[in-house]
Each structure stands twice: as C-alpha cells, then as structure tokens.
Ligand binder design. Structure first.
Ligand code: 13P
Length: 253
C-alpha cells in the first residue's frame, strides 16, 4: 500500500514566538502547500499559539507538541496536558524522544502511558525510538528496537498502531552530522515494521508510517526517503531554516 510521507520539524528548545513568525513568513514563499506530503511543525509549547496565528487557519501544515503529560490535570508543576494541546489545535505529539529518555529518564513504560493519553485525546503520537552507538556496536540493535516497539506500544489496538507515526532516530545520528546510511536506515525500518507485524498484524504494519530522524538535510533526504520502508523524516537542525526544511519536503516525493 502507499503511505503518505510525513515530514516533521522538531524545533526542540529553539524558536520563540517571534522567530517562529519570521520563519513562517519566509516559509510561505517556499510554496510547499501543494506538495502531497504531510508537513508538521513541532515548536516549543510557548511558541504553539504564535505558529497557529501565523498559519491563520491554513491546514497544509499540522502542528505538534514535543511532549505531553500522562496525567489529566492538577498539581504537576511544569507539565502540559492533552486538553491544553487540544485547546491550542495541535494534531500531533512527539513522545519518547531520545533527549527525553536521556535527560529526563523516560522509560518505555512511562512513554506508553503518554501514548495512551495522547490517543485518548485524539492526538497522533510520533513515537521516537532508536539505539545508542554502544548498543549498535554491542549487537543489541534488534533487541533495543524490539523492546521499544513492544513496550512502548503495549496495550494498543492494531487500529491505533496503524494510525501512529514511529520515528526511528539512532541516537548516534542526532545532531552529530553523521547520518545512518540509507541501507542501515532501511534495514532498521524493515525490522521495526516486522516487529509491528508480529505484534499487531500485517495491516497495522502496512499502514504505520515510519520516519527516519538523525542529521537529515536537503543533501541526503532524497536517498533516505526513497527507501521502501522510510515514510518521511523527523528533522531537527535542518528544519530551523525555512529554505532547508522546504528542500527536505520537496525531496520527499
Ligand atoms: P537533527 O536533525 O538535528 O540530527 O535532530 C534529529 C532529531 O532529533 C529530530 O527529532
């Protein structure tokens, strides 16, 4: 089956409201609206309203958040709820990014709760997984990816999994300038899809979209995106500039 590619800009802790408005003013001139891929911007929480305002109802870019709480509301200082993201008009939420796993101790089980919370609120999770260099060199690639998929998605229905986005982001490729080769990325994606097939069935595996992330840039996007199991990209650094984010979108077809 054909899966619509999805290209997302994870701005991480960059881009305040003013910078975001400048970005979108310039991005409009890149004419990406007609390109038949799903485009997503994932700003910091405080920048989401400015992005919504700048989009001015334009539906050609979806907006996501970088995280969400697994709780409803209450005394959880610093947390943001799914209800709040709904109120802002978010469609997506990035969960389990390696930076949250690494710096905030997030585990597969904890991320699983957030994924369930997001799904219950009608948000589409972009669930991030990926191995460290030590794990890859130690021959643990498949064990790590397998448990991230199974534990992170535990208890979900096949239908829920079919609607997800899973981002394969090898930790050693994030922000390093070192990209996984197209062959390595494809083989990891094929493995992830096979785990989804074993756990949730062939239809879910066929439908779930798998993004690659880790030093994606205009120069390598086309080769990565042309792999059969790579359905898009989750882009950090190269998505901070309107022209380079647009070039990646254009390379994805
Ligand atoms: P870079 O594109 O900067 O390597 O970041 C990738 C990433 O972590 C996206 O979530």
């Amino acid at each position: 089956m054909s899966r619509t590619p999805i290209i997302a800009a994870n701005w991480k802790m960059n881009m305040g409201p003013k910078e975001a408005k400048d970005f979108l003013a310039a991005f409009k001139n890149e004419n990406t609206c007609e390109i038949a891929v799903d485009k997503v911007i994932v700003p910091p929480f405080v920048t989401i309203p400015a992005v919504m305002e700048a989009l001015n109802g334009c539906k050609c870019i979806g907006v996501g958040a970088q995280d969400v709480s697994d709780r409803d509301n209450g005394a959880f200082t610093g947390e943001i709820s799914t209800t709040m993201l709904n109120e802002l008009g978010c469609t997506y939420v990035v969960l389990g990014h390696s930076e949250r796993r690494q710096y905030h101790g997030e585990t597969n089980a904890y991320i699983n709760k957030k994924i369930k919370k997001a799904l219950a609120a009608g948000l589409i999770p972009i669930y991030c997984i990926g191995e460290t260099l030590e794990q890859r060199q130690g021959g643990q690639l498949e064990a790590v990816l397998g448990s991230q998929v199974k534990e992170g998605l535990e208890g979900l229905t096949a239908e829920q999994v079919a609607g997800l986005v899973i981002a394969y982001e090898p930790v050693w490729a994030i922000g390093t300038g070192v990209t996984a080769s197209a062959e390595d990325a494809q083989s990891a994606h094929a493995f992830i899809r096979s785990v989804v097939a074993d756990t949730f069935g062939a239809e879910a595996a066929d439908k779930v979209r798998l993004q690659y992330g880790g030093s994606v840039k205009p120069a390598n996007a086309k080769e990565l995106m042309s792999q059969p199991d790579i359905d898009g990209a989750l882009v950090g650094g190269a998505a901070l500039k309107p022209d380079s984010f647009a070039a990646i979108i254009k390379a994805s077809l």
